[in-house]
Design a protein around this ligand. Sequence first.
Ligand SMILES: [Zn+2]
Length: 86
Amino acid sequence: MTWDLVFQILPWALPVLALVWMASLKPTSRFAEKYGINLRAVYCPSCGKKQSRVRSPKNYEEAMFGGSTCSACGTRMNKYGQKKDG
Ligand SMILES: [Zn+2]
């Protein structure tokens, strides 16, 4: 393998590795809450209603960092389905 090839692959490999890493973050950390990717279905922590994957963000924070508001009971949660205060 020549260095030429390495530098051809690197710009593609790094974003892919970053995405894989972000998807594997533990939902408990504040960092993951902001920048993590949740590929699993999210259920409302209060009433158990499955949250739609296609979100209509209610505010800036939801638009930027994910999370949703339950359409059935109005509970706010982050993208991992953990209840949020406020
Ligand atoms: Zn709910």
